[in-house]
Design a protein around this ligand. Structure first.
Ligand SMILES: [Zn+2]
Length: 234
């Protein structure tokens, strides 16, 4: 952006940028300008993309871990959006969340009860088979196979999608508020003088995908991702 402002020409060199924990990329161009690009996507969205890339790279146990983390962060996102919808103040949400933040079982419990209160039905959750697989990978160092990683990823997708669709349909304003907050936080975290911009990178679970566009399944998504990766090969 700075190159463009200074010379009227965009810098057309491609740079490798590492995804940061807060969902941004930082890079320094050849003219020394430091830039940060904040992803509009939530953590559960880009964790899915990390999992998909791990499968393509042959890291299947790492894929299982990222899929599992994506589901956990989706659960947090759901809770935050629903509370936002009830006009609960951010400070109160954050203080209460701290009590749950280190124990995923507590978060799952809060999610199930909130979902029950909102929808009058039990939230879809992972079956024991997949909970066991995840635990073996995380706690016992199990090396998952490609087939296990894909089955696990599909199970996570099937768990997230119906609730995500429900959120997109009935909690649009709250989703927008949570997204704005997220972008604001990322931008504010940057040191002054660094140029920041925002970009959107829809992943297999996407808050921005239009309802008219069919939800891809994991295998289709992996095929599409492989083609995109081949295009930007270094
Ligand atoms: Zn530059």
């Amino acid at each position: 952006m700075v190159c463009f402002q200074e010379s009227g020409q965009p810098d057309d060199v491609r740079y490798m940028a590492e995804l940061q924990d807060d969902g941004s990329f930082k890079l320094k161009c050849r003219n020394g300008h430091e830039t940060r690009i904040a992803l509009q996507e939530q953590r559960f969205e880009y964790l899915m993309e990390l999992a998909a890339n791990a499968i393509l790279d042959g890291y299947f146990r790492e894929a299982v871990v990222s899929f599992a983390s994506s589901l956990e962060r989706f659960i947090e996102f759901y809770i935050r959006v629903v509370l936002k919808n009830k006009n609960v103040r951010d400070e109160v949400i954050n203080t209460t969340w701290k009590q749950l933040s280190k124990q995923s079982e507590r978060q799952l419990g809060a999610y199930m009860m909130l979902h029950l209160a909102e929808r009058g039905m039990t939230a879809p959750i992972l079956s024991n088979e997949y909970v066991k697989l995840r635990n073996e990978v995380v706690h016992k160092g199990k090396v998952a196979s490609r087939e296990e990683a894909i089955r696990y990823g599909n199970a996570v997708l099937i768990t997230i999608i119906p609730t995500l669709e429900e959120l997109k349909e009935n909690y649009r304003d709250s989703i927008e508020a949570v997204t704005r907050n997220h972008i604001y936080t990322v931008h504010n975290a940057y040191t002054s003088g660094t140029v920041t911009s925002t970009m959107s990178y829809p992943t297999i679970v996407s808050l921005t995908r239009d309802w008219r566009v069919q939800q891809p399944d994991l295998i289709t998504w992996l095929e599409q991702l492989e083609k995109r990766r081949a295009k930007i090969a270094w």
